[in-house]
Each structure stands twice: as structure tokens, then as C-alpha cells.
Design a protein around this ligand. Structure first.
Ligand SMILES: C[S@@+](CC[C@H](N)C(=O)[O-])C[C@H]1O[C@@H](n2cnc3c(N)ncnc32)[C@H](O)[C@@H]1O
Length: 192
């Protein structure tokens, strides 16, 4: 089932809110990064810039056929062969990726969902030891031009608490001006 308040505005409007290359660099997605899983790829706003810089493949999951189509079209237009866009309900079915199989999981603008622990635990399952979890979300500020309603919008400290409860550590916060914050965490060796 689609998570709450996950509808997207028009693509042109959405993509004005971010500088994806700068955000990805801040969150350590770079030429050293192997395989990546992205939960809720939307328009591929971050998928395509990530695919351009990583050395591995990116699995871009979304429940909306239109989002998968748009992401695939963008990958083709950019000549990228390391994007695997997957139509999937990750809340009902998980990611379908094997245990310990990816280097990095992207949870971008998604942690306002009803049960964040489900997604964070799935991220932990598929990450290799030492793998990274990258989170971004709208600042906890009612004046941002978009973003989930304030009663369900997570604060950075909420995201860190949830991830640490699942066994992630070494959290580092980033101010992704003008409207977002970012967090990177690490899956420690032996955490199951
Ligand atoms: C707010 S958008 C964020 C898109 C992208 N991460 C970004 O930041 O540009 C959330 C996306 O999650 C997708 N989504 C919502 N519930 C889902 C589910 N249960 N399984 C897979 N995708 C889901 C929506 O279709 C939407 O594209």
C-alpha cells in the first residue's frame, strides 16, 4: 500500500527544490559507491544523478508505474545501463533484494510513513556490513514550500533514533539548504 502523503507535485516543480548532485556528494554517494537501493524513486530525481557517479548498479523501487516509466526513460535518455527500476510495493513485499547485497540504501523524502521501522529494518537486512544508510527529508519547518504535514513530518533526531534502534551507528547530519536535512548512518559489522 502506498505510504501516507507520498503523492508528488508536477515533476518540474518537484525538481526545483533540490540540487541532487550536491546532496548526493554530501551524503557520500560517489565513485567509490557500489550497488545502491532507493526506496520510492519517484521521478528518478536522485536515481539518475546517483547512477552517473556510482561504480555499481542502482535498484530504484516504486509502487507507481508512471514513476518507473519516467525513471526508465530518463536512464535511457542518459545512456545509463546501471539503473534497474522495479515496480514494487516495498511495504507489503519488501525490496526483494538479498541479504547483505548492497553498499548503500537511499531513504529520500520517505520516512514520514506510518511504520518507519519496517523500512529501516529492510534497509539493514539488504546492506552489507559497513554499508551506508542515507536519509534526507524536509526540514521540520512549516514554511517549507512542500513537505508532509507537520504532525507526521519526522525531525532529524527521530530518524536517528529509529535508525539507532535498528542497530545503525555513527550518525552524521548535514544541512542540505535550502529546505532539507540529510543523515548518513553505518551498518556495523555483525548487526542483524
Ligand atoms: C515523496 S516521493 C519521494 C520520491 C524520491 N525519493 C525523491 O525524493 O524525489 C515518495 C515516492 O514513494 C513511492 N511510494 C509510496 N509508497 C510506496 C510503497 N509502498 N512501495 C513503493 N513505493 C512507494 C511513491 O509512489 C513516490 O514516488
Amino acid at each position: 500500500m502506498k505510504i501516507r502523503e507520498s503523492g508528488m507535485p508536477e515533476r518540474d516543480m518537484w525538481e526545483k527544490f533540490f540540487n541532487p548532485a550536491r546532496i548526493l556528494a554530501s551524503l557520500s554517494i560517489n565513485s567509490q559507491t557500489g550497488d545502491v537501493a532507493e526506496f520510492g524513486c519517484g521521478y528518478g530525481t536522485f536515481t539518475i544523478p546517483a547512477a552517473k557517479v556510482i561504480k555499481g548498479k542502482i535498484y530504484a523501487l516504486d509502487i507507481e508505474p508512471d514513476m518507473i516509466r519516467i525513471t526508465n526513460e530518463k536512464a535511457k535518455k542518459n545512456g545509463l545501463n546501471n539503473v534497474q527500476a522495479v515496480l514494487r510495493d516495498f511495504m507489503a513485499e519488501g525490496s526483494g533484494l538479498p541479504d547483505g547485497s548492497v553498499d548503500y540504501v537511499m531513504l529520500f523524502n520517505i520516512l514520514h510513513l506510518e511504520k518507519p521501522a519496517i523500512l529501516i529494518n529492510e534497509a539493514k537486512r539488504i546492506l552489507r556490513d559497513g554499508g551506508k544508510l542515507g536519509i534526507i527529508h524536509w526540514n521540520y519547518d512549516p514554511t517549507t514550500p512542500r513537505g508532509p504535514s507537520m504532525d507526521i513530518r519526522p525531525k532529524p533526531e527521530d530518524c536517528i533514533r529509529w535508525a539507532e534502534s535498528a542497530g545503525f551507528s555513527k550518525s552524521a547530519r548535514h544541512d542540505l539548504k535550502p529546505y532539507h536535512y540529510g543523515i548518513i548512518l553505518t551498518k556495523e559489522e555483525g548487526v542483524r
